[in-house]
Design a protein around this ligand. Structure first.
Ligand SMILES: [Zn+2]
Length: 400
């Protein structure tokens, strides 16, 4: 399975619906779930009378989520759940010049600090103060000291050479006339209101396949069929293009993650030693994080539902040494049956799990590459359980 990045540029508003209503209208997601592209491919094959090829073709591809981006070569990522911002003045500190937003007191990640703190405590460290992160922003010699809280909502960010940006999609409300299912004609007095994503952003995401002939079919599918819901009602026209965003390879992300952890660990160990704890001043083994870029429906080794991720590495069961997650309902809709799928309780996008192994980073990289290509949990073919190993935001232990 090869990994490919694609950029989807909408020409018309998109609706990547949940069936959830907000008030009296249908809301939309602010990203494109992988299943939406899979649906377009299936529909395209159906329109050409190739029904028998739908299942074998879509099974050759695993689709990741497509996130709203600022340009086709930038892969915008969801914040990990451990990302924090000042409660008083949220937002990035270093933002590109000329943007409308005002700079905030900075956003930082708490994972490596919380991880080192809990691992050191497990090894008997005692600290003079409990772990509490406060805003370190200073202006005119005055330190803010505000409480730090989780970055709100399902936020996405772009790390650009000129600064950091929070990426939000523009939504628009449209009123539509309902069509009668039987007569295919406008039904009198039946109006409904839908929210669509305005075509002001492109969407960048990954897919994996062993057969790159499918990619050409997918491009045609997007252009001819459109993306998301209501494609016959003026929504969803788009173009799809291969792209190569700047993202460090896994070996590099793993190296930075462990290097940064060693720095944070050393500082905390020094603090613990001040109050008489004897603790190692460096972590042992190799640590890595698995971050969810999509909700995941997980099972424990006994097959029971869980929010805790378990992995198997060289025949050894790995349990996370640290994690941050929250539950989310994962539904779905089967176009083939026209029926909702069973709802599962899943771990939300942004969940983070950290594992520790004795193996060297070199021995770990092929395993992690394979893990990222496969995803975690069940229903990965629908875009669930997409992961990123050692999410680059974890290295932002200082506000940015
Ligand atoms: Zn502050």
């Amino acid at each position: 399975m090869m990994e490919y990045f694609f950029c989807l540029t909408p020409e018309k508003p998109l609706r990547t619906g949940t069936l959830k209503t907000r008030g009296d209208y249908l809301d939309t997601r602010d990203y494109l779930p992988g299943s939406v592209l899979r649906g377009a491919l299936a529909e395209w094959l159906r329109l050409q009378g190739k029904e028998s090829q739908i299942v074998p073709t879509v099974q050759k591809v695993r689709f990741g989520n497509f996130f709203p981006s600022v340009s086709e070569s930038v892969w915008v990522l969801p914040f990990p759940m451990t990302a924090l911002e000042c409660k008083l003045h949220g937002g990035f500190r270093r933002i590109p010049k000329g943007t409308q937003e005002k700079p905030g007191h900075g956003i930082r990640d708490s994972l490596l600090i919380a991880l080192a703190y809990s691992e050191l405590e497990r090894q008997g460290a005692r600290f003079p103060v409990p772990m509490l992160l406060r805003c370190t922003h200073e202006a005119a010699g005055q330190r803010c000291g505000g409480r730090m809280e989780r970055v709100s909502g399902s936020g996405f960010y772009a790390a650009l050479p000129e600064g950091w940006r929070i990426v939000k999609v523009d939504k628009a409300l449209q009123t539509k006339v309902a069509l009668s299912r039987h007569r295919r004609a406008a039904q009198e007095g039946m109006l409904y209101r839908v929210i669509g994503v305005r075509p002001t952003h492109c969407f960048v995401g990954r897919l994996w396949t062993g057969d790159n002939a499918v990619l050409g079919e997918l491009q045609k599918a997007v252009e001819h069929v459109g993306i998301g819901a209501l494609t016959t009602r003026g929504f969803g026209t788009a173009r799809l293009k291969e792209t190569e965003p700047r993202l460090d390879p896994i070996a590099e992300r793993l190296r930075t993650f462990n290097e940064k952890l060693r720095e944070v660990w050393r500082d905390l160990a020094a603090l613990a030693r001040q109050v008489g704890s004897s603790v190692p001043d460096a972590p042992s083994g190799t640590y890595f994080s698995v971050d969810l870029l999509a909700p995941a429906v997980l099972r424990d080794p006994q097959g029971l539902p869980t929010l805790r991720l378990h992995l198997e590495f060289n025949g050894q069961l790995l349990e996370p040494v640290f994690w941050a997650t929250q539950p989310v309902f994962v539904g779905g809709f089967s176009p083939a049956w026209g029926l909702p799928k069973p709802t599962h309780l899943g771990a939300a996008m942004g969940s983070v799990y950290v594992f520790r192994v004795e193996a060297s980073p070199d021995a770990l990289v092929p395993f992690l590459e394979d893990l990222e290509a496969r995803g975690v949990g069940i229903r990965t073919d629908e875009g669930l359980g997409e992961i990123l190993v050692c999410h680059p935001f974890h290295k932002e232990v200082m506000p940015v």
